[in-house]
Design a protein around this ligand. Structure first.
Ligand code: FA5
Length: 349
């Protein structure tokens, strides 16, 4: 076989090999083999010197042509394989942007805080200011200025954690009445305030009592406020929190800081007024204390009780939450068990 034919065969076999490989590494091995120092082209070129002088240039330039053909073949195949590799990668790593995103765990206020927020929002809408006060309170505000002098038997109604003789953990949010009355300037308008917060009592924990719970105090003082205003306000709140089907009932009661005083009952959530075990067959459940502010409370805070008067109420949002969601043990709210608390997720906030 002539050297030219040999070169043609090297090219044809080389191009055949190149077209059959699908692997970039293998393609590189082929390149090294065909065009490398020990490859068939180099070997063929070396043997040119054995040809007659007049044939040498022709075979030399033919050998260069063959090398160019192989180089071009290698380059083209390399591009093809790289494109195919990229294509496959793009295909396998495709992201479907229309798929629903993985859910993000979202926090939410505790169910009792949700009730407090609902009540506060309602009263803000009715023009009340929202105030908060100290949980470590002076005995003077918690009792004395609420018309509960020392040794008054009604102090026993709220068993107290004392820190010193004069400082205690407040047993109710009512001291905020005295604190606000002391500061309010009635020349600037009536006093309408709501005060949510935590209170403490030496109550033995049971399904409806906790030693630490929440209260929301409400106070409205102006000229010509009547008990009808109190009832109207409580009916509005009941409808807002529990729904329009719920009614309220006022029962005569006693609080030293209101006269007259009432306990307020809401339609039983369980039987809707028919009577059941939950409401002890009365159809009603007690939710808050209220009344017309006692003149002594106004006078002690420097407000003229001859001119001004009004109503106050104190409700327990923990009990509200029990009623609203039919929870039969108040202590469940404080266990921080997410399986329990997740039942009260407010969808869509
Ligand atoms: C009072 O605390 C009065 N300060 C309320 C008041 C304010 C009356 C203004 C008049 C005018 P009482 O002790 O009843 O009242 O408590 C009020 C509410 O707090 C109760 O109706 C109940 O919902 C809640 N509550 C009382 N004790 C506990 C307790 N140990 N655990 C959970 N909630 C309680």
């Amino acid at each position: 076989m002539s050297l030219k034919d040999e070169l043609t065969q090297i090219r044809d076999e080389g191009l055949e090999q190149i077209s059959h490989t699908d692997d970039l590494k293998e393609l590189n091995d082929i390149r090294v083999h065909l065009l490398g120092k020990k490859g068939p082209i180099t070997t063929a070129l070396r043997s040119i010197k054995e040809l007659p002088v007049e044939e040498r240039p022709g075979v030399g330039s033919y050998a260069n042509e063959i090398r160019d053909d192989l180089t071009n073949g290698l380059t083209a195949r390399k591009e093809q394989l790289e494109d195919a590799k990229l294509e496959a990668q793009l295909e396998s790593e495709q992201i479907d942007v229309t798929l629903p995103a993985a859910p993000v765990v979202q926090g939410q206020p505790h169910v009792i805080q949700q009730i407090i927020d609902e009540v506060v929002d309602l009263f803000l809408g009715m023009g009340y200011q929202v105030l908060t006060g100290p949980e470590v309170e002076e005995e003077k505000y918690n009792f004395e200025m609420m018309n509960l002098p020392k040794d008054h038997p009604a102090r026993d109604m709220q068993d107290t954690f004392y820190i010193t003789n004069d400082i205690l953990m407040r047993t109710q949010t009512s001291p905020m009445q005295a604190r606000t009355l002391e500061k309010h300037n009635f020349e600037e308008g009536p006093l309408k305030m709501i005060s949510p917060g935590i209170v403490y009592r030496r109550d033995t924990d049971d399904p409806t009592h906790s030693h630490q719970f929440h209260q929301i105090e409400g106070l409205v003082i102006d000229k010509n406020i009547t008990m009808a205003d109190l009832k109207g306000t409580l009916v509005t709140m009941t409808h807002e929190i529990f729904g329009d089907k719920f009614d309220i009932r006022l029962r005569p009661s006693f609080f030293p800081f209101t006269e007259p005083s009432v306990e307020v009952d809401v339609t039983c959530f369980n039987c809707m007024g028919k009577g059941c075990d939950v409401c002890k067959h009365t159809g009603w459940i007690e939710v808050l204390g209220a009344g017309m502010v006692h003149p002594n409370v106004l006078n002690m805070a420097g407000v003229d009780s001859e001119t001004y008067g009004g109503f106050a109420f104190g409700l327990g949002p923990d009990r509200f939450a029990m009623l609203k969601y039919g929870v039969d043990d108040i202590r469940d709210f404080y266990l921080d068990d997410v399986r329990f608390l997740n039942q009260f997720v407010k969808r869509g906030i």
